[in-house]
Design a protein around this ligand. Structure first.
Ligand SMILES: Nc1ncnc2c1ncn2[C@@H]1O[C@H](COP(=O)(O)OP(=O)(O)OP(=O)(O)O)[C@@H](O)[C@H]1O
Ligand SMILES: CC(C)(CO)[C@@H](O)C(=O)[O-]
Ligand code: BAL
Length: 280
């Protein structure tokens, strides 16, 4: 396993690889868990060379406390990744290496995809995500880049980003990996007490029930039902629940058999913000 901290070392190494190698990029913010490992394993199975980036990107955090408390566990991350493959390449730069002295996001127009849900509640978040993902794609020049469906809105925005910026890369979405309780794996789960971590499984069980209800009821009915469920919960505070078309991410009014829908949710558990979603 190779670990590079500078862009120069990384690009020198990658550009010397055989041109026939398929090159994959898996961008992460570290504090790795089985969700990340599933992305890395899929990338290893489908490509000869895999670069995993570990970088807590400051420009995508709208909340200073969230950034300061974001877990950083580089040695444990390297141990976990070394068990996946000997050939893996890690890029773990400092903020200065990535941004030089200009720690600032670019401004994008993602045609409304960034105005709803995560974008509405985390101002400028997707400008920050777009800035770092574009920079990483232009640096590594992978054939494929892997992202989790846990951050489904992010995945759709990255698809839009590469189309708009004409970056020649295939964006691969990977299924959500869950804890045995059903809670979607997330680095932020580490900040939950054991009791709250167990109680947070309510998020997924409610999404499953919402999916079942959506079979016979309208989106408006299901959204109201979820809101009532969370109103009655003592420990979890609902931030949003939306049912949208998967491509436009616009809320639906009338169901159309030809479209695909997802329910998206954000919930606070003891001050920790958790997101999840489910295909309907
Ligand atoms: N449970 C999961 N299943 C599948 N993919 C995941 C899961 N958790 C994270 N990912 C994906 O891993 C990549 C890196 O995510 P990131 O480093 O932000 O981890 P995270 O666990 O989502 O952290 P957090 O949500 O706490 O910021 C993203 O593409 C993300 O969608
Ligand atoms: C894609 C990403 C690594 C960019 O910092 C981050 O948003 C994440 O981990 O989902
Ligand atoms: N996984 C999404 C990154 C973030 O929450 O900032």
């Amino acid at each position: 396993m190779l670990v590079f901290k500078t862009k120069k070392e990384l690009t020198e190494h990658v550009s010397a690889l055989p041109k026939t190698n398929r090159l994959a990029l898996v961008p992460t913010m570290g504090a790795l868990h089985k969700g990340h490992v599933s992305l890395v394993e899929q990338a290893i199975a489908e490509n000869e060379t895999v670069v995993v980036s570990i970088f807590v990107n400051p420009t995508q955090f709208n909340n200073k406390e969230d950034l300061e408390k974001y877990p950083q566990t580089l040695q444990a991350d390297l141990d976990l990744l070394s068990a996946t493959s000997e050939n893996i390449i890690i890029f773990a730069p400092s903020a200065e290496e990535v941004y030089d002295k200009n720690v600032k996001a670019k401004t994008y127009d993602f045609e409304g995809l960034d105005q709803v849900m995560e974008g509405a509640f985390r101002e400028d978040h997707f400008n920050g995500v777009g800035t770092i993902v574009e920079a990483l794609l232009l640096l590594v020049k992978p054939d494929r880049a892997y992202f989790g469906e846990k951050d489904f809105q992010q995945l759709q925005i990255i698809r839009k980003l590469v189309e708009q910026q004409q970056i020649p890369v295939e964006i691969i979405g990977c299924p959500i990996v869950r804890e045995p309780s059903g809670l979607a794996m997330s680095s932020r789960n580490e900040r939950l007490s054991p009791e709250l971590r167990q109680k947070a499984s309510f998020i997924y069980s409610t999404l499953l029930a919402a999916k079942e209800k959506f079979g016979t009821k309208s989106a408006g009915y299901v959204v109201d039902w979820v809101k009532k469920e969370f109103d009655q919960h003592e420990d979890l505070e609902l931030e949003y629940i939306e049912i949208t078309d998967v491509n436009t991410l616009r809320p639906i009014t009338i169901k159309n058999e030809n479209l695909k829908y997802r329910a998206f949710i954000a919930v606070y558990a003891g001050g920790v913000r958790l997101i999840d979603n489910i295909a309907l």
